[in-house]
Write a protein that binds this ligand. Structure first.
Ligand code: ZN
Length: 342
């Protein structure tokens, strides 16, 4: 006899895939609003893992990652249960907004509460219906609007099992985060659910390298957890991931028009030119230099900056040259070449 698996009042039998809608707060037009969920349950018992996208309503890569994951043939051999939630912040996605209509950030509102704000209630729904049923989770994000991120995993890496899963994911850069910030990964970890946060690309855009690496990464983690059979020998060995020692943002010293001089994933040396900020007449120019050596793991995409704007996110490593090589190998491995519809 297998243990029954029930979610949102719907029972999911072994070997079945069920789509269900968790009721969220109605719209004021009387229109019902739901959080769509698909649960895939293998024939054999195993761990339960959630994959969530669009906790921030304008971060779209996750929707596409979940779509490709659910259509992947590997899932036919699933052991355990996969709970896919492509759009957590339904309100935000409809409005192309990071936030909910009450202007709160869902990823600062966990665990939420039944009687709290609109955002707190959505956080509570996600915790009770999804997270509390899981052993593991992967939460999919992108950079904020006008900011792009090199594919990277953020997680509580002091925990050895979380570190092992982060390494299994297969992106070159890992960041340790242990902030008590009301984020899903922090609150889930406190409840014994190990969560990786995957960051890649920018808000309101699809990033093909980030999407491909995201799908591959989730499958890699599922193999590590034996939710999927081990992969055959790889054509391209996975570049060994490296944990950053520290990260920091370089801010615009002045307002102006920005000409960028370094690519995402590039290595920079202390003192190297990162960008030039000019006035529209080109009469006054200000050079932005790297305050420390490292790898560019995030950057501002808009060529316009106000003084204090965060322009470059630089991660420091013991051996940045080695990380740069791995980043290049990684980007080549997932480069889509000419655009196709996958
Ligand atoms: Zn996000």
């Amino acid at each position: 006899m297998s243990t029954p698996f029930e979610i949102g009042g719907v029972e999911v039998p072994r070997g079945r895939r069920v789509t269900l809608d968790l009721p969220a707060a109605k719209l004021y037009t009387h229109t019902p609003l739901t959080m769509p969920v698909q649960v895939a349950r293998g024939w054999r018992e195993g761990p339960t893992m959630f994959v969530s996208g669009v906790i921030h309503g304008d971060e779209l890569n996750g929707v596409e990652i979940v779509r490709r994951l659910l259509r992947h043939s590997a899932l036919k051999r699933l052991r355990g249960t996969l709970i896919a939630v492509p759009v957590v912040n339904v309100h935000g996605l409809i409005q192309h907004s990071r936030y909910l209509p009450d202007r709160r950030d869902l990823n600062r509102s966990f665990p939420g509460s039944e009687k709290g704000s609109l955002t707190a209630r959505l956080a509570n729904l996600f915790m009770e219906e999804i997270v509390d049923r899981c052993d593991y989770g992967i939460d999919l994000h992108t950079g904020a609007r006008d900011r792009t991120n090199l594919p990277q995993i953020r997680a509580q890496l002091e925990d050895p099992e979380t570190l092992e899963l982060a390494r299994a994911f297969g992106v070159p850069v890992l960041l340790n985060s242990d902030l008590r910030d009301g984020s899903l990964r922090q609150v889930a970890a406190e409840r014994g659910v190990r969560v990786l946060l995957y960051e890649a690309g920018e808000a309101l855009r699809f990033d093909e390298v980030g999407i491909r690496a995201g799908v591959a990464g989730i499958l890699n983690v599922m193999r590590k957890l034996e939710m999927l059979p081990a992969a055959k020998a790889r054509k391209h060995p996975r570049p060994e991931p490296v944990v950053a020692r520290a990260t920091g943002w370089v801010r615009a010293p002045e307002s102006g028009i920005v000409r960028n001089a370094v690519p995402l994933g590039g290595r920079v040396d202390k003192g190297q030119r990162l960008a030039v900020i000019a006035d529209p007449f080109g009469e006054r120019e200000c050079v932005v230099t790297a305050p420390w050596s490292g790898i560019i793991i995030g950057r501002f995409m808009l060529p316009l900056a106000n003084e204090g704007e965060a322009l470059f996110h630089i991660a420091r490593f013991r051996d940045a040259e080695r990380v740069e090589e791995r980043v290049n190998e990684f980007q080549d491995a997932y480069d889509p070449g000419p655009i196709t519809t996958t």
